[in-house]
Design a protein around this ligand. Structure first.
Ligand code: ZN
Ligand code: ZN
Length: 411
């Protein structure tokens, strides 16, 4: 009851000339008579809209984006109802019953009066592309966009929840994406933003794999890639990257770091436990294996253990230091480099001939077990959209489910 009374007494400021303290009925009167006299004065104060940015010439709303710190701004005149229909976020701001003052001002707006002005801080080029799409100026929508433009567009689309409204165009741009180019470390940050906003599973996996393998983690949780091919230019991940992605990337990098060392320790353990049985020429039961071979197998295993221990000894001091840093959230060397170091390891006892044995023991090398694990790790290390609750697909929301997706769910 008290609330109702309060709203009857509510005071309005005139949306056109800003005259305060008008009751609802006074406002009507004011708008229809005296305010119009002020029209000339207020009109000149409206942000100027270039003809190319008039998306609705009699629209009720001007969106104004300041250019840097200057007084200049890029302004778009639009019809607020189109934005409300396309974007849940604009709807929350501009609906007639919105909590925001803009909603109330738009409710009071009438044809011929000055539009409401709303200030935004988005990239004007990306906003303009959004409006070209929403206001169906299809001939002017770019048929292809650069990776960076696509990513900046994705940021705006994400902010205003416009994914569905712009979907037909993003599908077209996606087809022309040069993925090979996009996966260059300096650029994969763009592909990450794009694939996240538009839920492109494969691109998300590929861009996160590139980041996990080729970026380092600096103190302060900063991701960094130093481009040696480009004069040591430093690249970070953009601020717009979702925090939950960054967190998962850090976790995954930490986890994968330990996976690089794990096969060494596993080899050491199984070989010590199975001396005489790990050699490729070992046969069981013993009648299948001559006494000479049995002896050779034992010597072979001791030799491999020696080779393995030498390699581990060489690595271990550095590895312990790295492990300490990784536990502190810093990864000073990229995982890709750490993997490469392991893959470059050569077996020092390769082609060694054992006394009294004609067999070749190259197949017994411990590196033959370690290398494939590292190669696989490089292939599969990535994040998947399905790990994120907000991106996990659910049939009801998706409408139709493609066969491949159904297959994945079953498998
Ligand atoms: Zn007025
Ligand atoms: Zn052997």
């Amino acid at each position: 009851m008290t609330q109702k009374r309060a709203s009857c007494d509510e005071e309005y400021a005139c949306p056109v000339c800003k005259k305060p303290k008008l009751s609802r009925s006074n406002l009507r009167h004011h708008l229809l008579s005296e305010c119009l006299e002020a029209d000339e004065k207020t009109k000149t104060e409206l942000p100027p809209v270039l003809p190319a940015n008039e998306f609705a010439s009699n629209g009720d709303l001007i969106l104004s984006v300041a250019k840097g710190n200057s007084n200049e701004s890029t302004n778009f005149r639009v019809d607020s109802r189109v934005l409300v229909a396309s974007s849940p976020v604009f709807a929350r701001m501009l609906d007639y019953d919105s909590q925001f003052s803009e909603g109330r001002m738009l409710r009071e707006w009438y044809p011929g009066s000055d539009p409401v002005v709303l200030k935004l801080d988005d990239k004007p080029e990306s906003l303009r592309t959004v409006f070209l799409i929403l206001f169906l100026r299809n001939a002017e929508v770019p048929k292809e966009v650069s990776l960076q433009e696509f990513a900046e567009f994705a940021v705006v689309v994400d902010k205003y929840d416009l994914t569905v409204a712009v979907q037909l165009w993003t599908e077209i741009w996606k087809k022309d994406l040069d993925v090979k180019d996009a996966l260059i470390c300096a650029k994969c940050k763009y592909l990450l933003l794009i694939s996240w906003v538009f839920s492109y599973d494969e691109f998300f996996e590929e861009s996160t794999r590139t980041i996990i393998l080729d970026f380092v983690l600096k103190p302060g949780l900063q991701f960094e890639f130093v481009d040696r091919m480009d004069g040591g230019k430093v690249h970070n991940l953009p601020d717009e990257t979702s925090q939950c992605i960054l967190e998962r990337l850090r976790e995954k990098m930490k986890e994968s770091f330990h996976q690089i060392h794990a096969p060494f320790e596993r080899e050491e353990e199984t070989r010590i436990e199975g001396i005489g049985t790990k050699c490729f020429h070992f046969r069981y039961p013993s009648p299948y294996m001559s006494l000479e071979i049995a002896k050779a197998a034992q010597v072979c295993d001791y030799m491999q253990l020696g080779s393995l221990h030498e390699a581990m000894k060489k690595r271990n001091t550095r590895w312990m230091q790295l492990r300490e840093e990784v536990d502190g959230g810093v990864l000073p060397v990229s995982l890709g480099n750490l993997c490469a170091e392991v893959l470059y390891l050569k077996d020092p006892v390769y082609d060694v001939v054992l006394p009294g044995c004609n067999e070749n023991h190259n197949l017994c090398s411990w590196l033959r077990n370690v290398h494939p694990i590292i190669q696989d790790l490089q292939k599969v290390v990535c994040l998947q959209l399905s790990e994120f609750p907000s991106k996990a697909k659910n049939d009801a929301a998706q409408g139709t489910v493609e066969p491949s997706e159904t297959g994945n769910e079953v498998g």
